[in-house]
Design a protein around this ligand. Sequence first.
Ligand SMILES: Cc1cc2nc3c(=O)[nH]c(=O)nc-3n(C[C@H](O)[C@H](O)[C@H](O)COP(=O)(O)OP(=O)(O)OC[C@H]3O[C@@H](n4cnc5c(N)ncnc54)[C@H](O)[C@@H]3O)c2cc1C
Length: 508
Amino acid sequence: MSKIENAYKEIEGIIGSDFITDEDFMKAAYSRNVDPAFPDRWADLIVRPEKAEEISYIVKIANKYKIPIVPRGGGADLVGGAATEGGILMDLTRMNKIIEINEKDFYCFVESGITWGELNSALLEKELTIGIIGPGSGFSATIGGGLSNSTAGFGSTKYGLITDNCLGVEVVLGDPNGTIIRTGSIANKYAKPFCRYGVAPDFTGLFMGDVGTMGIKTKAALKLYPEPQYKIRRNYMLLKNDYNKLFEVMYKCQKELRDCMQDLYVSPLTAVKLLASQAKEKPPKRARIKGPVLLFILEATDERILEIYEENLADIMKDHARPFEWTEVDLTAEQARDWRFNLKFSYTYFNKFISLAPPKISCTTCHKIPISTMAEKKKLSTEFDDSHRDEFPDQSFSLFATSIHLLSNGHCVFAGGFNCDNDDSQREKAMKMWHKRVRNQARYGGVHYWLGESISQSIVESGAYTPEFMQFFKDMKKVVDPNYILSPKKFHMYEYEDDITKYIVKDD
Ligand SMILES: Cc1cc2nc3c(=O)[nH]c(=O)nc-3n(C[C@H](O)[C@H](O)[C@H](O)COP(=O)(O)OP(=O)(O)OC[C@H]3O[C@@H](n4cnc5c(N)ncnc54)[C@H](O)[C@@H]3O)c2cc1C
């Protein structure tokens, strides 16, 4: 029997035959993430464990046969993180239970495969929130995937990343014993999962944004907040397409509206124009589109406070922007007048931007930059695209950002990428350009968040990590995963002895 056949038998003995498969139709169903550059990748085995102890056994077996494991939550990854060519793909969505919602002490403890949809539903009933409503991909992504991707989502302007709100995790390490550990206050076996720091060094951080390279998260403790009952959306269009002015406005909003600014998303001028040109039901009079559109979502627990902040916002905007409604460019676009914000809106909004030029899909290169550098980074990014035009896939469309999201201190996300066809003839070109573009961003000081396979490899290739950092990273991985069985291709980490500096690429 091959090692895969042996592993199949042994894992089946633990989780039962309903939750392991090597059938082609299942491999095909799990073979992709949302990106056009990777080909379909078929795992050897797909497993769906339900308990940390089962995962621990699977890790032991994987170590015995040296079979790689890639964890997968909702599979909504954009950068090749949750699919694998060969090895074991571990679907964690059966681990979807809420262990505790502690209303009095404002924390919850959940299994990592729970979806944002399931958790939000349970919390909203109690007028609670984890602050972030979920990533742009929607409610079927999981908390474990969010923690592994350091997800920014709706709510991140006020509440930060999901990882900023994590109080501790339970993790199965990749070592030959499949060791299970807990971090944060539950590293104290007598304590509840109510705080992150103080028991030991912050080992939670080791697993945040690790894209499944350091362990398999099985449970997570998260902060809770009272869900503010009063919300409004307001749109403004900047009077000029001026990113220094945009910075000034964002800075002022951050300083003066921070308490109640759940979100600030900016749609660059080009994106607004593209959306306007694609609208099926256009208004009879053409809108005067002069600058980027700023979408604010303000929230408060008291209506009077919200009114004050709304006035303050109008005050900040009065010399630089004008109120704007999406119906000025698209009659079917929802009016933004309802005070109680509708959850469906956020996804409709985001997905319009991510699919600006359908039916192609995006090789995304979303990254964070300090807000004071927006004008400079926009210029650098556009110069890169212009000077490499011939190297993009056929009829590809690229933009420095299709949306800009303010985060909870002085930085923002340039969310964007370039699109191409999900077609074998384009993949090589797309993958090459994807890596090159990310290397360029890393070199101008951009910091990414979902790293998956393509982005994490590109950062290594850019030479951004110092040799000392890379050695430290490898040493840490050796402790938690000595055989490098967890997600081996991410960060070009194939084995401990490998010299990672050989993957550095010198670009022109
Ligand atoms: C249209 C669209 C919009 C998006 N918008 C956003 C956005 O606004 N913000 C954002 O951050 N992302 C966004 N994404 C990317 C992605 O959907 C999110 O990062 C999401 O949080 C991933 O969750 P998931 O459960 O689908 O994880 P998966 O895709 O299943 O996995 C993501 C990564 O985490 C690892 N992983 C998953 N679960 C575990 C676990 N339990 N333990 C260890 N490792 C694990 C996987 O190996 C993989 O590397 C978007 C994607 C799409 C398609």
